[in-house]
Design a binder for this molecule. Structure first.
Ligand code: ADP
Length: 238
């Protein structure tokens, strides 16, 4: 009976984890139970990639999503700024790149992200904000989540045109105290980096049928509603 159940679960997924478990342990009911419970747990987590150009409103909208869906928010930009404010070695390294509007190298960013995820065992899911920003970061995120028997549920991109972004960021720079928000050429450099290095991550998850776009223009609560609808759609797919 349990083996039938396990075979059924395996037939519904092509995940190698279950296939190899089936091969090795199909006669052991305890392991079957273990595998099924991992399968069920796998379905429970929601891991969102909140995507879009700098200044598209990811941080603002993440605050609303955390509350509504009970997820852990991880913003790599905030993590770097925290390290910078404490003048750590990591912060000093990141500062050199951030102040120019360039990306911090993948090796540094991926390690930092991994440490943060590891600190939240038992989380119901994560909102990744500002990560992944390159294809190698996306591959590293997939590998990390897979090692935790879960995966990216979906990527939601907040679409905002370049000129609107420049306006928004320079306005934010008047109060944010962020040097990378105050200088127009740095802002334009960040947009170029987004278009060249980060935008392909949308296609990477589109190939897995996980990418969605929403209009990032409008009132904050209108956008929150669009996002909430998108997350509900993703939850139904899980
Ligand atoms: P914004 O979305 O407005 O650009 P962030 O706080 O997300 O703001 O990022 C600020 C800066 O931090 C980036 O321009 C980049 O230098 C660095 N950074 C943040 N996340 C990453 C990442 N995933 N990979 C590399 N660099 C990053």
């Amino acid at each position: 009976m349990q083996n039938n159940l396990f075979n059924f679960v395996v037939s519904r997924t092509n995940h190698l984890f279950f296939k190899s478990l089936l091969k090795c342990y199909e006669k052991d009911a305890r392991l079957v139970n273990f595998a099924v419970s991992r399968m069920i747990n796998r379905q429970k987590m929601i891991n969102l990639v909140l995507f879009g150009p700098p200044g598209s409103g990811k941080g603002t909208q993440a605050a609303f999503l955390i509350e509504k869906f009970g997820l852990i928010h991880i913003s790599t930009g905030d993590l770097f700024r925290f390290e910078m404010s404490n003048d750590t070695l990591l912060g000093q390294e990141a500062k050199a790149y951030m102040s120019k509007g360039s990306l911090v190298p993948d090796s540094v960013t991926i390690g930092m992200l991994r440490n943060k995820v590891e600190k939240h065992t038992g989380a119901q899911g994560f909102i990744f904000d500002g990560f992944p920003r390159t294809i190698p970061q996306a591959e590293a995120l997939d590998a990390l989540l897979s090692s935790k028997n879960t995966e990216v549920t979906g990527l939601i991109s907040l679409d905002v045109a370049d000129e609107e972004i420049v306006k928004r960021i320079l306005k934010r720079g008047e109060t944010s105290g962020r040097p990378d928000d105050s200088n127009e050429s740095t802002v334009r450099k960040r947009i170029d980096v987004y278009n060249n290095e980060t935008a392909p991550v949308f296609g990477y998850y589109a190939e897995q049928d996980k990418s969605m776009r929403i209009n990032g223009l409008g009132a904050i609560d209108e956008i929150a509603q669009r996002l909430s609808d998108a997350v509900q759609q993703l939850k139904e797919k899980v």
